[in-house]
Design a protein around this ligand. Structure first.
Ligand code: FE2
Length: 388
């Protein structure tokens, strides 16, 4: 019987558009209906009424199992509802209405959430997926506009069933209404499913995009550490490596107020699985005004002091946050902190970031909803920063 086996889920949020994706159990057509989100104003209630005013529709009669519909012509920073429908000769299936919101304009506040390591971290998670469900549920409670997953979303990306087991099933409620971006961790194994299930700009393993006042850059750190991909024999990441060249060009062209970069392997963490080779990227990030870096791989939370030139720099440093998300292995932290460590804790968590013009507020929240770390960065007109 025809059914939806993944999603629907949201990709590539834009001010006037959204990409809708879902997977069906067998080849079928694709259609998305977008409805106005209209409020009921009766007494003190301001809830949304059942959506009925269709504002856009788009579809394709081509039969496929992985469906992607790019929708445009929507209003910025506006809430809508959507329904997806697939049909073939054997039946019809649909899902919705689910709410979604288009991207905010430059200058408007928004909030995004970050997690990772939902792939059961190589069998260490013995909770049978409860952590993932609870963590995605907590993220949903905070209603982020956008989510970032910093890799190792699955245990083995080559295994088709992993993508439902670790990501799409436990994350279903969040993913229905929260557009997300992700990056390759080592557990994705650079598998074709990553490229099939996500709609990022080519080559997909690295890309960039703007949302509100932030320019986001995703890198594929698993590619950077492959020796055969280094353009010189010294094992350095430098000019000539296509991804490195992309990073330099992209940051040179970036004009948003904030630059945030994310990739899986952490250059700075006071625990196992630090990948110091990735520090070769830091001079580029420093030269081109990057403010915040998200990493994962070590299944803990750790926030660095602001760092520049390999030292603490409280005026102009970059903060590195390891958001090992669903993972929590206290043994993976060193017995004592490193010089670059500001705060660390091994608990399942996500990170919530509110961006309000020249202020960026970071909150780390555990799987029970408890706040356990905060950071505020303010940026002056001349680019100077204060951290507290
Ligand atoms: Fe990893």
């Amino acid at each position: 019987m025809l059914s939806i086996v993944k999603g629907p889920y949201l990709q590539r949020p834009a001010e006037t558009g959204m990409t809708f994706m879902w997977e069906t159990s067998e080849p079928a057509s694709s259609r998305v209906n977008v409805f106005a989100a209209e409020r009921i104003h009766s007494g003190h209630q301001g809830n949304y009424k059942t959506p009925e005013r269709l504002v856009r529709t788009a579809g394709s009669d081509d039969d496929r199992t992985i469906h992607r519909i790019d929708m445009d012509g929507l209003e910025p920073a506006t809430a809508y509802f959507y329904t997806v429908i697939s049909e073939n000769a054997r039946g019809k299936t649909e899902s919705g209405p689910h709410p979604f919101k288009t991207a905010v304009r430059k200058g408007e506040p928004f909030c995004f959430a970050v997690t990772s390591e939902t792939g059961g971290y190589s069998g260490f998670d013995q909770t049978n997926g409860i952590i993932n469900r609870n963590l995605f549920g907590q993220m949903q409670n905070y209603r982020p506009d956008l989510a970032l997953f910093i890799g190792d979303m699955v245990n083995d990306g080559r295994q088709y069933d992993d993508w439902s087991a670790y990501l799409f099933n436990p994350g279903r409620g969040l993913l229905w209404n929260t557009p997300f971006y992700s990056c390759l961790g080592n557990h994705e194994c650079n598998a074709s499913w990553y490229y099939d299930f996500f709609a990022y700009d080519p080559p997909k393993n690295y890309y960039s995009f703007d949302y509100g006042d932030v320019h986001f850059v995703c890198l594929d750190s698993t590619d950077f550490v492959k020796r055969e991909h280094y353009p010189n024999a010294a094992g350095t990441i430098c000019e000539g490596n296509p991804q490195y060249d992309f990073l330099v060009r992209d940051l040179q062209a970036a004009s948003a107020k904030w630059n945030i970069v994310y990739f899986h392997y952490p250059p700075y963490v006071s625990g196992g699985y630090q990948v110091e080779d990735l520090r070769q990227l830091c001079p580029v990030l420093e030269r081109h005004g990057v403010d915040l870096v998200f990493n994962s791989h070590t299944i803990v939370y750790e926030r660095s002091h602001p760092l520049r030139d390999g030292r603490v720099d409280m005026e102009n440093g970059i903060v590195y946050v390891v958001a090992g998300g669903a993972g929590a292995m206290p043994d993976w932290l060193l017995p004592k902190r490193e010089w670059h460590t500001s705060q660390s804790l091994a608990v399942p968590h996500f990170v919530q970031v509110s961006v309000v013009s020249d202020r960026l507020e970071l909150r780390a929240i555990d799987v029970e909803g408890r706040l356990f770390d905060t950071l505020q960065i303010r940026k002056a007109a001349d680019g100077g920063k204060t951290f507290r």
